[in-house]
Design a protein around this ligand. Structure first.
Ligand code: KG4
Ligand code: ZN
Length: 345
């Protein structure tokens, strides 16, 4: 089957299964989403207070064919209309990634349609291209998700310079752990976001960690410990804990650090464009703060809609388009790489 088409009309079937969402999407020319099907396993993992890798893999296997079929059906297209099959091959949970990678390889092999492996974080960053058709690199992007916290300079499509990263917990992980400690359950991010609206963000002075030798690096484990210590000392003293105040004060500490590092990076790079990505990028306090800080500095602020911040396959289709145009094609030896580094093809 011949799939050489006009370079300006590329349709990609994208698959994402790196964590607890089974997702497939059809994306045209990197920015036009024709379908975006997400089958979330959140309810299932809530029972255990977090993602259980074996359960995630099993559910991906059960759902992936249907999700892919639905993505094609909603787009009103057949497999033969696709120019490439894109799939997240890392980073993520190895068993979960393998389901998407195996499905993509099988479809590609059976149809002869080229295979393009995509880095999950590159997908998160590329989510910004979908609703902001005018956005082009270079720009600075803050990627904050359950597994990653990176401050990245996007020098060109698919070209990244890592300015800073977390030394320990990812921002989303800190949200999830603190939420569990104050009895909000999983997934913590959206719950802390919600209850914080009723709390006083200045009620408790939690630390804003700095990493001595790397100005843009983050550290959230000290903050998490400070929250746990606060809860313990309240319990020992018999003081009632105000859940909303703890949530709001914790959230403000995270937002302060993320915002301060981002603004410093923007100023030093002399960039006038700033984007956010990843699950935590849907946090309302973070969005508001970054928007206000960017406005003060005359910086254009970009953020995906919440549904494109958390894991989805449309973002993988957006990233894959630019990789495809650069000539990136993967062979059938493509494997899941749980700790895949950004910028390593
Ligand atoms: O990007 P994502 O869906 O998956 C990963 O690639 O990790 O991010 C999930 C993370 C979870 O830790 C979740 O608690 C967090 O994003 N999150 C939020 C919010 N919505 C999701 N964190 C803070 N505020 C939110 N509104
Ligand atoms: Zn993600």
């Amino acid at each position: 089957m011949e799939h050489a088409r006009e370079q300006d009309n590329i349709t990609i079937l994208a698959i994402e299964s790196s964590c607890d969402e089974t997702a497939a999407s059809v994306v045209r020319n990197g920015r036009e989403v024709l379908s975006n099907i997400i089958s979330s396993q959140i309810d299932l993992h809530t029972l255990y207070g977090g993602v259980v890798p074996e359960i995630a893999s099993r559910k991906h296997i059960e759902r992936i064919d249907q999700v892919i079929g639905e993505a094609l059906g909603t787009a009103g297209m057949a497999l033969g209309d696709m120019d490439a099959i894109a799939v997240t091959y890392g980073p993520g949970l190895v068993g979960a990634l393998l389901v998407g990678v195996s499905a993509a390889k099988a479809i590609s092999f059976a149809s002869g349609i080229p295979l393009v492996g995509v880095h999950h974080i590159e997908g998160h960053i590329s989510a910004n291209y979908i609703e902001n058709r005018e956005l082009e690199p270079p720009f600075v992007c803050l990627v904050v998700s359950g597994g990653h916290s990176h401050l990245v300079k996007v020098t060109d499509y698919g070209e990244y310079e890592i300015l800073g990263r977390t030394r320990d917990d990812a921002a989303g992980e800190a949200f999830d752990k603190v939420a569990r400690a104050i009895g909000l359950g999983y997934p913590g991010g959206p719950k802390i976001d919600k209850v914080s609206k009723e709390g006083n963000p200045d009620a408790i002075a939690f630390p804003r960690a700095k990493v001595a030798d790397a100005v843009y690096d983050f550290s959230f484990s000290g903050l998490k410990s400070a929250v746990l210590n606060y809860l313990n000392s309240c319990e020992m003293k018999g003081i009632a804990v105000c859940q909303a105040d703890v949530a709001a004060s914790f959230q403000k500490a995270v937002v302060d650090v993320l915002s301060e590092h981002s603004m410093q990076a923007l100023e030093e790079c002399g960039m006038k464009k700033f984007a956010i990505a990843g699950g935590v990028a849907s946090n309302s306090a973070l969005r508001q703060r970054l928007e206000a800080e960017c406005e003060k500095r005359g910086v254009a602020f970009y953020r995906p809609s919440p549904v494109l911040c958390t894991d989805n396959a449309a973002m993988i289709g957006a990233a894959a388009y630019y990789e495809y145009r650069k000539g990136v094609r993967h062979g059938y030896d493509l494997n899941a790489v749980p700790n895949l580094k950004l910028g390593v093809k």
